[in-house]
Design a protein around this ligand. Structure first.
Ligand SMILES: [Zn+2]
Length: 320
């Protein structure tokens, strides 16, 4: 058991990413396949089985528990999906039992941002930290909160939804139904909206060189901003104000000082982080010193699967 290999799976709306890890958290094998959620749950279960079988092939020492993380709200017991905007048709899906029955192994289930936080805690920038919040900056804005080296899931099991904390009362309508959620102001959705807005105005910007769809991607806006384009820089500056306010709220509320950024938009870290820090500094309650740190995660898009493997490892330890 001690030297068995652990499977960690990160299910996304677009891809399934899966790693075979050794007990020290090093990746032995990595797979990334389309998730094809639109083909239905049975097709998904077949794809998961295929991954697990491929990992098991010619190997005798596979860990008895598989870790799975998914984007969505889970019940407190981690058995089913309450709601997932990315996984269409999965609401009320008892995913834990379905996967267990299909792969004939025990499964531990967690939300993907929580998984990424656990991944960074185990093998990334959180290794030496006791308390931190991880934020995933992508299509949406997720987060995972680590307190005393443990994941905090709260009374309902769905704690740390900073993306759905209100940042603008009565603001833009969010996919969750509420108005003014942070996710509407810092995410690739926000970038799309802001690019659309500036392209309608008469401002001079290199963003016009791109077809609208391409111009609206976080990577293009970053690339253009790095060339010194003020309009593109301002898009990141504007978004960063909201993220800065949200982070200062977390510091003022919880007194934690470490933040780790993950997800696609974290690739623009060097561009936007000075704006975020400036805003955090403006809003800190006076007892809090300004020695907070916001850093980019170390594991990139492998953080979720790494956290899933960590959970699987912990699950067996707990049972012993
Ligand atoms: Zn929301």
């Amino acid at each position: 058991m001690k030297n068995s290999l652990i499977i960690g799976i990160d299910i996304g709306g677009t891809y399934i990413k899966a790693g075979l890890f050794n007990s020290n958290g090093y990746i032995i094998e990595w797979k990334k396949i389309s998730s094809m959620i639109e083909k239905g749950r049975d097709a998904f279960l077949k794809r998961i089985t295929k991954i697990v079988k491929q990992f098991e092939e010619n190997r005798t020492s596979i860990h008895p528990v598989v870790g799975v993380v998914i984007p969505g709200i889970l019940d407190k017991k981690r058995e089913y999906v309450i709601h997932s905007p990315n996984l269409n048709g999965w609401d009320n899906f008892y995913i834990k039992k379905s996967v267990e029955d299909t792969i004939k192994k025990k499964v531990v289930l967690e939300n993907d941002a929580n998984g990424a936080a656990l991944g960074e805690l185990w093998k990334g920038k959180g290794k030496k930290l006791s308390n931190f919040m991880l934020l995933t900056l992508g299509t949406g804005l997720g987060s995972g909160l680590i307190i005393n080296k443990k994941l905090w899931i709260g009374e309902y099991g769905s704690a740390s939804e900073i993306g759905h904390t209100s940042i603008v009362p009565g603001g833009i309508k969010c996919g969750c139904g509420a108005k003014g959620c942070l996710e509407m102001y810092f995410s690739s959705q926000a970038i799309k909206r802001l690019v659309k807005k500036v392209l309608k105005q008469k401002k001079k910007t290199l963003l016009r060189k791109y077809i609208p769809l391409e111009a609206a991607s976080p990577e293009t806006v970053y690339k253009v901003a790095k060339k010194g384009d003020e309009v593109a820089i301002n898009i990141y500056r504007e978004m960063s104000r909201y993220l800065g306010v949200a982070i200062s709220n977390v510091i003022n509320l919880l007194g934690i000082k470490n933040f780790i950024l993950s997800g696609g938009i974290s690739n623009a870290f060097d561009l936007f982080i000075p704006f975020v820090e400036e805003e955090v500094n403006k809003n800190l309650f006076y007892p809090f010193s300004k020695d907070f740190t916001i850093q980019k995660g170390a594991l990139g898009n492998r953080a979720g699967a790494t956290g899933a493997a960590y959970l699987a490892l912990q699950a067996v330890k707990k049972r012993k």
